[in-house]
Write a new protein. Sequence first.
Length: 169
Amino acid sequence: MTATLRVPPGPAAAGRPPDPSEARATMDELHGYYLDDLKVGMTAVYAKTITDADIVLFAGISGDINPVHLNHEFASETMFEGRIAHGMLSASFISTVIGTKLPGPGAIYLSQTLKFKAPVRAGDTVQARTTITEVVPEKRRVAMRTVCSVGDKVVIEGDALVMVPARKA
């Protein structure tokens, strides 16, 4: 996913220094939901098909080179009977939803519980879904139910707590 910065026409486009109010408008466009926009039951989803390259790159980034993720012969002798993706790779898609969709840019991830329920393999499409379960205005917090699934099978479930900015008066 890439972010596109939209520059409004005006003095900056005409070669003059940008007006600070134009910069503010652009920042507002990049911002996600504010606390008072959020309601219990709101939900968002991100889906990605896991590739062999994703698994190898995640191993390199995380340092988790457990052969159950990288070595077919080793993994074939395990209870999984073949290579599996890192659980945290799939769990990271929850962060994608929180940081890009709901609540979106500006939200700060505070905590997450995870229960890994089934393996994910290269070729599987993981769907991460977050659903708001509670809004706590006085603390600027939102509680969310988080679920990753492959088809109809839940592979990860848990709960997240997120700090969400309030609108400036």
